[in-house]
Design a protein around this ligand. Sequence first.
Ligand code: FAD
Length: 470
Amino acid sequence: MSTQAPHLTAAQERSLRDIFPGDSLLLAPEQTLIFATDAGRRMGTPLAVVRPTTEAQVVELLRLAQAEHLPVYARGRASNQVGACVPARPGIVVSLLHMNRILDIADDDFVAEVEPGVVTSDLQRAVEARGLFYPPDPASIDISTIGGNVATCAGGMRALKYGVTREYVLGLTAVLPGGRVLRTGGRCHKNVVGLDLTRLFVGSEGTLGIVTRIALKLLPLPQATATLLAGFSSMEAAMHGVRRIFRAGILPVALEFLSPEVLDCVARRQPPPWPDSVRGALLIRLDGSRESLPLEIRRMHDALHTTGAAPGNEPPVWSAHGVGHDEEEPLWAMRRGISPSSYLVRPNKIGEDIAVPRGRLLDALTGIRAIAQAHDLPILTYGHVGDGNIHVNIMFDGADQAEVTRADAATVEVMRLVRSMDGTLSGEHGVGMAKKEFLHLQLSPLETELMRQVKHAFDPLGIMNPDKAY
Ligand SMILES: Cc1cc2nc3c(=O)[nH]c(=O)nc-3n(C[C@H](O)[C@H](O)[C@H](O)COP(=O)(O)OP(=O)(O)OC[C@H]3O[C@@H](n4cnc5c(N)ncnc54)[C@H](O)[C@@H]3O)c2cc1C
């Protein structure tokens, strides 16, 4: 068996230098090392890192990669948590961060056209300055790119009212293995001609081709927003609150849940404003016009306080609210603080982002709590409860082998529980390398086979992000 580390041939290196002059090609291990990993902390082997600035370079690269059978890994800001852009087999990492121009913001079309490396919050600020709105808001908004958001179909807090990235991609350009350039969709907000190849790319995790240009739908910017943090005496009471909000015909922008364990965890970082009697909370955002918002706040208040006779159907025991960015910000800062606070509980975590049909939320949360007790591990549950999408953080100490084993066992049980409720293994983070072992729990052999055939049509040699996703 050869002990030689995988490497490019001299001819392959020369070809790459021709396409990527100067520091747009990185070959030295000390330069490429950082491109071996992502926020999921798995490691791979980049043979080279290329940093195109033009579509023509991507075309040349994918021609070469196809001819040489070299695996190719598209990469934005590497903020995905599932190993989606890790070079699982030795190959070429394509950093799209230098293709980061906002090409057009068309006020009359309500469309923005961007290159993939644009950071999500940069686009949002640019369109908001024109009175326009790009709603998808992953919590990673400052550290992720539009290309990555498209390839993972990123969601966020506002998905409840406005939907996920999928709803905003009108068209795109993608370069396919061999250098074929595919243009799909366009700038029309409606389009039903042919199969929807645009959406096929959304959530495809870099397995079909490299997206080089994206047309995004925009909306008018809502005039006003308000946030309410409602504290309940129990998780059950909070879930009854969710039901009452929807039954009252209210569709909040965001509806986030914080379990008692998460409230305790946040309180370890800084003294909380809520009293000890709060054992479950909902963080709710509303938006509208300056005239309609006070009315919406009133309706929300009534919905939360108009309770029924069922056990646990109780009003909040405490609440706080803010109107407008400056007043709302401390409430959302607390929400953003959950992830850093979690490490005060244990130094390591397995972070899942399951989703269940909305009506099964309480069953899912109760089941996960039972799994935590059975394995004697803290499991933190919180997140986009309005979408049925719960972040499940299984906390453990990586230095304690018994805890590692129990955390792995708890993960399997959470996945089985979710599937028993017709839920999904991932609401927004995707599959990457992390969830591949669980795919059989969700995808039928026929689905998997059809997905592989689709991939084969785009990528016959299997060079695009191999060993990932499906
Ligand atoms: C603190 C934190 C909070 C997060 N919050 C959320 C959240 O609220 N919602 C959510 O959905 N996700 C969230 N994420 C996950 C992550 O931010 C998203 O998956 C994001 O969309 C990834 O964007 P990226 O630019 O970092 O892409 P990367 O991580 O670099 O890549 C992700 C995938 O996209 C592919 N890809 C990237 N660019 C292209 C391209 N141009 N063409 C083809 N394929 C491409 C890659 O190959 C890979 O498969 C969070 C992550 C962190 C660290």
